[in-house]
Design a binder for this molecule. Sequence first.
Ligand code: APR
Length: 249
Amino acid sequence: MSEQPDIAPLIELLGKTNRVTVLTGAGISAESGIPTFRGEDGLWRNYRAEELATPSAFSQDPKLVWEFYDWRRGIIASKETNPGHIVLAGWEKIFPEFYLITQNIDGFHFKAGSKNIVELHGNIWKLRCTEEGTITENHDSPLKEIPPHCPSCGALLRPHVVWFGESLFPSIIQQAYTLSAQCEVMFVIGTSAFVQPAASLPLRAVEMGAKVVEINIAPTPLTPYADFSLMGKSGEILPKIDKNLKREA
Ligand code: APR
């Protein structure tokens, strides 16, 4: 882990903080062995997002799109949460108002025990009926039928995720903006801070006077706005912060 800035000022700040909001991206699941999107071996380096993660790709070839998501579900099903996920789940008990906004669809924050979660981009373990809009949870890996069909109306089911070219659910993004505006400290962990509207959430927090803590293995467009920029792996840095927090408590 590269030479780290002294985290004592951060621990002191957290010691008197009640409202914490966290925004996570694919980087927090990288140490679990789940590929990120734009990293060295990122998904979008090897697969054309426009052919696999757009509404038009799905209408053209739902089988191909489902084969891709079934493959991703298989990878996620074979992996475990890491110390980064675990620490954040524990912080729900440490901070009076703690919320976690994630761009990840892997469901690992739930798996680690977090409860106060806003899933901005949906969840790969949820399927949505293209006719009725009903959402069901399905953890079969591999899926029994590709493409899967709605048990009640027989219509195609689609992954309950947000594809490129689609808007986020208004209630979800509204909740995320509110939690970003209300926090005293916002952690931004493992995201390239590139994809909107998620990338605007930390700026909303800055606007409202919150302190921003970025944890990433590399600088991002957000780094200049961060009050604390901790360069390194989240699965190593979060346990270190957690240990010091508990020592102070
Ligand atoms: N610890 C901390 N940060 C890490 C780690 C790690 N172990 N490994 C990688 N990172 C950082 C990378 O440096 C990069 O900044 O995580 C970030 C991952 O960026 P992306 O691959 O762009 O993923 P993300 O920001 O989550 O993408 C946003 O884009 O493709 C869409 O919908 C998809 O939710 C996704 C959105």
